[in-house]
Design a binder for this molecule. Structure first.
Ligand code: GDD
Ligand code: MN
Length: 405
């Protein structure tokens, strides 16, 4: 009879931690609040048996002199066929700073990172790829950046000291194309860092605790910037190295996932709610404009000249919109700029920007109607849409000086 060895019981490995479950929310205090650490670095793995040992060795050699006992490494393995989790748990027998989660029944890079953060004991939460494509030395720079005032430190391929080692032209184009598309859809998220696709970063727990995260696919950093309370960001350059062992898990499936993630963030982050408030205020302005035009120009009421009436009606609508936007749409940004003089200044800027918007509206309508022969009502709708975005963007940046789009 051939002897079948029983599966080694997980109890053989003291480093194994039960995978957190439930909603993807980071707790405000560290998992073991009695002994909080300064840093928890998550290493997500899928079939990284050939890399994880070397990475852990390099990381401890780098971090021990800087942080001493104040940090932990957590491998989150999605029950890899090559049993990465078991190898990591064995390494942990001699590297007590390493803990291991063998995750079963749930898959995916972004959620693996969040599960790791939920089990983390650190005040700073971080992530690094397991395959040595992220140079381990950069962790020290990222950690030091967070010792200052910033809430988030991102390893970036697109700042001084950064780059990609040997990417094909096609891969560069795909990567930049994905970034550009994201920038169009979510300028307030992707525009804040030079490398929003980075999977190498550290964030302060306090900046993301309590926020319900709902990531899709690979780009966990988008979720952190989109839903976290990130006031300031530092970037540290790094060169994305070539893989020498194991295989990349990037497939074509990830591109539609990325798109869905962008759209979901667009629709569910506070920035989206702000734009909806702005658009609703705009609609109220249309009502004010119409009513005023009636009272001023209609022969059955004041019967003033049409142009004079329209200018006054538009101005009334602008005043109406300003008051609502100041009190509602941008109320959180008014915080430090209270006082009548500052309010007047915001109003003047709002007035100018909307005035330019009005001129733009007329020009766009004419171009579409006369040059492109688009139906006048369709053309007007397009012009109104474009001018709403114009008004929103410039007023956000100039009148209320907000950073979120
Ligand atoms: N637990 C878990 N579950 N880990 C995963 C999974 C998963 O489903 N998929 C991938 N990983 C792990 C890999 O084992 C590796 O450690 C890391 O996540 C990155 O996976 P790769 O497949 O090597 O990705 P990449 O090299 O193409 O992309 C990386 O670089 C990008 C820079 O453009 C990732 O780090 C991206 O996040 C990063 O943006
Ligand atoms: Mn990789």
């Amino acid at each position: 009879m051939s002897g079948v060895l029983p599966e080694p019981s997980p109890t053989h490995y003291p480093a194994l931690v039960t995978c957190p479950s439930g909603p993807l929310v980071i707790p405000t205090s560290p998992a073991d609040a009695a002994a909080p650490l300064r840093l928890s670095l998550i290493i997500p793995t899928y079939n990284e048996g050939k890399n994880v040992g070397e990475l852990v060795k390099q990381l401890t050699a780098l971090l021990d002199p800087v942080i001493g006992d104040g940090y932990e490494l957590i491998v989150v393995d999605d029950d890899s066929p090559d049993r990465t989790w078991e190898l990591a748990a064995q390494i942990a027998l001699t590297t007590p700073k390493l803990r291991v989660i063998r995750r079963q029944g749930e898959k995916g890079l972004s959620t693996a990172v969040i599960r790791g953060w939920q089990a983390a004991r650190g005040e700073i939460l971080a992530v690094i790829d397991a395959d040595l494509q992220h140079p381990p030395e950069v962790t020290v720079g990222l950690f030091n950046a967070l010792a200052g005032q910033v809430d988030l430190a991102v390893g970036s391929r697109h700042v001084a000291g950064g780059g990609v080692s040997d990417w094909s032209f096609a891969r560069r184009i795909l990567s930049r194309g994905a970034q550009f598309l994201g920038l169009l859809l979510l300028p307030g998220v992707l525009g804040r860092v030079s490398d929003p696709m980075s999977g190498y970063f550290m964030v302060r727990r306090s900046a993301i605790a309590g926020a319900p995260l709902s990531p899709l696919g690979y780009k966990i950093l988008l979720e952190v910037i989109g839903r976290g309370r990130i006031r300031s960001i530092a970037e540290v350059g790094y060169v994305f190295r070539e893989r020498t062992e194991g295989e990349s898990k990037v497939t074509w499936r990830l591109y539609p996932q990325y798109l869905r993630h962008l759209v979901r963030l667009r629709l569910t982050t506070p920035a989206a709610a702000r734009f909806i408030r702005f658009a609703l205020v705009g609609l109220s302005g249309v009502v004010v404009d119409m009513a005023a035009l009636y009272f001023l120009s209609d022969p059955r009421s004041l019967g003033l000249g049409l142009t004079r009436s329209k200018v006054m009606a538009a101005e009334l609508a602008i005043v109406n919109n300003f008051l609502w936007n100041d009190a509602w749409t941008f109320r959180d940004l008014v915080g430090g700029q209270k006082g009548a003089r500052l309010k007047l200044r915001r109003f003047v800027k709002f007035n100018i920007i909307c005035g330019v918007g009005l001129a733009l509206n007329v020009v766009l309508l004419n171009l579409q109607f006369n040059l492109l022969h688009i139906d006048r009502y369709v053309a007007n709708l397009i012009a109104i849409g474009a001018v709403t975005i114009w008004n929103y963007w410039f007023n956000l940046k100039l009148s209320w000086r907000g950073s979120s789009a």
